[in-house]
Ligand binder design. Sequence first.
Ligand SMILES: Nc1ncnc2c1ncn2[C@@H]1O[C@H](COP(=O)(O)OP(=O)(O)O)[C@@H](O)[C@H]1O
Ligand SMILES: O=C(O)C1=C[C@@H](OP(=O)(O)O)[C@@H](O)[C@H](O)C1
Length: 186
Amino acid sequence: MGLKSSSAAANALSKALANALGLDMSEMEVVKAGVEAAKRAGVTLTGAFDDACASYFGSLWVTDNLGMRVLHSSKVEPLPVVLLLSGKTLLTESLSGRDFSPIRPYVEEAIRLALEGEWRKAALINGLVYSTYLGHPIEPFRIALEREAVVGLSGKGPAVFAVTDEPEELAEEWEQFGEVLITELR
Ligand SMILES: Nc1ncnc2c1ncn2[C@@H]1O[C@H](COP(=O)(O)OP(=O)(O)O)[C@@H](O)[C@H]1O
Ligand SMILES: O=C(O)C1=C[C@@H](OP(=O)(O)O)[C@@H](O)[C@H](O)C1
């Protein structure tokens, strides 16, 4: 789905084991152990250290996943978010070996924006580029943009998210595409 359940499960297991075994680990060590477990389970391409940090701590994270390094982290306001779940499944492991080099220049532009704090623009560019490359429908993006929402792809999708001041209105329009949830950034 792209909803980070692999990271949430890995974090939960890592934390539970650390507690049960009475290990003296920092929060970040717990997260990194979860990343290692997710890699060994084969449910991630890079280890998804970015998702693991966001899932564990909340906030905005830009990371170097292969080097397991934090490049940027900052708090976000609890703004309303609409999530669209199309009902289709795309497991991350199914993208293993896929060549993403054609979209590299555009994704690097999104990373540059995110590092400058421009996460709204980064989310839109990243989402449109990955959606197009992976063949996800982009009509939900068009509708969200019409409503001036900040719209993006959740992970590799197909789940889509939008940050908007009018979540109920967008949710109603997105219902034609699948299940819709309203929550908030944390
Ligand atoms: N082979 C598998 N068997 C059972 N569960 C799996 C398998 N591959 C992935 N999953 C789990 O299915 C869920 C959805 O996968 P995916 O969309 O790849 O991850 P995420 O929700 O983290 O973006 C995740 O919790 C993932 O760990
Ligand atoms: O497996 C990975 O390395 C990643 C998978 C994607 O997330 P999802 O698995 O949630 O789609 C992506 O957004 C993340 O930055 C890295």
